[in-house]
Design a protein. Structure first.
Length: 364
């Protein structure tokens, strides 16, 4: 039997499936990610393997049904699901490395449930497909939720790669570029905070660092689709992260408001920067990536499910948008991705001008 392997985020998608099939309720979270009394009832869940599968509750069991043939493949009791969900959570929490397998016992049980891959292959952010009933209004609907996991570490809300590099030009007071020799010297800085220290060294030597462009046009255009000024706003926030270590999103927003880099008419009651940054976070959570042309359509039509480190599975429904936005503002931060893998953080000379690329990701 081939072992399933995945990282903690990928394994968490399987955990959510098993956990919700046992609980048959998906509770909402408040602005601080605490469980509320509001919930959706789980009617059934869908999963795409080699065939389309339906996980359908019946009395005290869950039937695994091949949608194409309507045949029951396997039946598991709620008691066995509870044991499986607890064991699965503990093994995910104790997993080591970027990708790992679980015990033979867990693998065997997942195979019986026709789970033959950890993550469903898709560029969509709709990680799980659920038919739900909302007791508050009596409506039954199909919802896709994005899943973020806190098991073992904080989840990445917006992923970094080479397409998220932002290019900045380096000039002195006479608008002259940095010399190749000085650039090489700065690139040798290899402290624990080497990118912050390199930026500090550049500024200490009398140079300015100004936003020039995005390395990839797709990311630039995706940001412009949200707001025409957003590329410039994010570029400023990212540079401030390296200059002044401003990373907590509420602080990022306050700093943008105070320094007003795109010169809005900032008056009391007009929170331009908060509105635009939160919109970016919402769209990144629900569909937008940096590498794929984005059309503004949300893949995660239900909202976001969060797996907490205490095993709770909670969600922010899109109908509770204000709670979701408050959570994003209070919980997220700008973070440094790997410079070696992303190809940023070194001064370089190109066509007689000096530049540096900076990068970022957003973690919750």
């Amino acid at each position: 039997m081939k072992e399933l392997t995945g990282n903690k985020g990928e394994w968490s998608e399987v955990y959510v499936l098993i956990k919700l099939l046992h609980d048959l309720k998906l509770f909402s979270a408040d602005e601080q990610l605490n469980k509320t009394t509001s919930y959706l009832e789980i009617l059934f869940m869908l999963r795409k393997e080699s065939a389309e599968l339906q996980y359908l509750p019946e009395k005290n069991n869950i039937n695994v049904i091949d949608v194409g043939t309507d045949n029951i493949i396997f039946t598991i009791s709620n008691a066995d699901l509870l044991t499986l969900s607890k064991d699965l959570f503990e093994e995910i929490k104790g997993g080591r490395g970027n990708s790992f397998s679980l015990s033979k016992n867990i693998n065997a049980q997942l195979k019986k449930l026709s789970i033959n891959k950890v993550k469903q292959g898709s560029t969509s952010k709709g990680d799980i497909n659920i038919w739900v009933h909302d007791p508050s209004c009596g409506v039954r609907t199909q919802k896709k939720f994005s899943i973020k996991s806190f098991i073992g570490s904080d989840p990445t809300l917006f992923n970094a790669n080479k397409t998220t590099n932002i290019i900045y030009e380096i000039e002195d007071s006479s608008r002259m570029p940095m010399s190749a020799a000085l650039a090489a010297q700065i690139n040798t800085i290899n402290t624990n905070y080497k990118y912050i220290d390199r930026i500090k060294n550049i500024i200490d030597k009398g140079f300015t660092i100004k936003y020039k462009k995005y390395e990839e046009e797709i990311f630039l255009l995706n940001l412009e689709l949200i707001d025409s000024k957003l590329p410039e706003i994010i570029a400023f926030a990212v540079l401030e992260k390296y200059i002044n270590r401003i990373t907590k999103m509420s602080d990022v927003i306050d700093n943008l408001h105070n320094k007003n880099p795109v010169k809005y008419t900032v008056r009391e009651g007009y929170n331009f920067y908060e509105y635009k940054i939160i919109n970016f976070l919402v769209e990144a959570s629900l569909g937008m990536t940096s590498a794929v042309i984005w059309n503004g359509i949300h893949d995660a039509t239900g909202g976001i499910i969060i797996v907490k480190d205490n095993s709770d599975v909670l969600c922010y429904h899109l109908v509770e948008f204000n709670k979701f936005k408050a959570y994003l503002k209070g919980a997220t931060r700008l973070d440094n991705p790997s410079g070696g893998r992303m190809g940023y953080g070194e001064v370089y000379i190109e066509e007689g001008k000096s530049y540096i690329k900076l990068n970022f990701q957003v973690k919750a």
